[in-house]
Write a new protein. Structure first.
Length: 125
């Protein structure tokens, strides 16, 4: 099972980043029989995109063969792309480390995704 987790610096001890599309890095973790067998940190190709960062990040997760994606909040475009690809995506709190988040998911403690608004959308009064 392949997990892709939004992170700032990356690695199992980094905290889950709350911004999926604009996260600087992803920590890719492969699990077999509940054991971590591989960890790699990769740059998010959508991080500095002028627009469409969430879609690019979601497409990256698809291309990497993700089974589960973990971040704090997912935008509407990224969530639609992940959902269409039948990739499970869930939210984790900001104070949760990558390895904790993966374990929590495997234990059935992370089950829902928090959906946010598109960056740049401003309230009109």
């Amino acid at each position: 099972m392949r997990f892709i987790v939004a992170t700032v610096k990356g690695g199992l001890d980094d905290f889950v980043n709350q911004h999926f599309g604009r996260t600087p890095t992803f920590t890719v973790v492969d699990i077999e029989n509940r054991d971590i067998i591989n960890v790699q940190v990769v740059q998010n190709p959508g991080y500095s995109a002028p627009k469409g960062a969430g879609i690019q990040a979601a497409q990256f997760c698809i291309n990497q063969g993700a089974n589960v994606v973990i971040a704090g909040v997912f935008g509407p475009n990224s969530s639609q792309v992940l959902q269409a690809a039948r990739i499970k995506f869930v939210s984790a709190p900001a104070n949760m480390r990558v390895e904790q988040a993966i374990r929590a998911y495997l234990e059935g403690k992370l089950t829902q995704a928090i959906l946010g608004k598109r960056a740049g959308n401003k309230a009109k009064f």
